[in-house]
Design a protein around this ligand. Structure first.
Ligand SMILES: [Zn+2]
Length: 99
């Protein structure tokens, strides 16, 4: 069975990946409505997060688990940044990532 993004972004998974400060800030961003989910397939979510600057975020489900990318400097370096947290939360709340 192929991994699904929606199955990989439950709250516990987000907590394990994120720095606590980024976790709190990312959750605040999603509560403010700063996350715009742009496209969703079962294995890939792309979104824009408005955080003063507009950041682009991608989440992908792979056989190794969740992979992510964000256009901010820490995100480009591979960090599970606040924008990735916000996108993961938005995806999680959205529920099943069906097209
Ligand atoms: Zn970021």
């Amino acid at each position: 069975m192929k991994p699904l993004v929606a199955d990989l972004v439950d709250g516990a998974a987000i907590l394990r990946q994120a720095d606590p400060a980024d976790y709190d800030r990312g959750r605040a961003l999603v509560d403010m409505g700063a996350v715009l989910i742009e496209s969703v397939t079962p294995a890939r979510v792309s979104a824009t997060v408005e955080d003063g600057q507009r950041q682009r975020v991608e989440l992908r489900a792979t056989q190794r688990g969740l992979e992510w990318w964000c256009s901010c400097p820490p995100g480009r370096g591979g960090a599970f940044c606040l924008h990735v947290v916000a996108t993961a939360f938005a995806t999680w709340r959205r529920g099943s990532a069906s097209p």
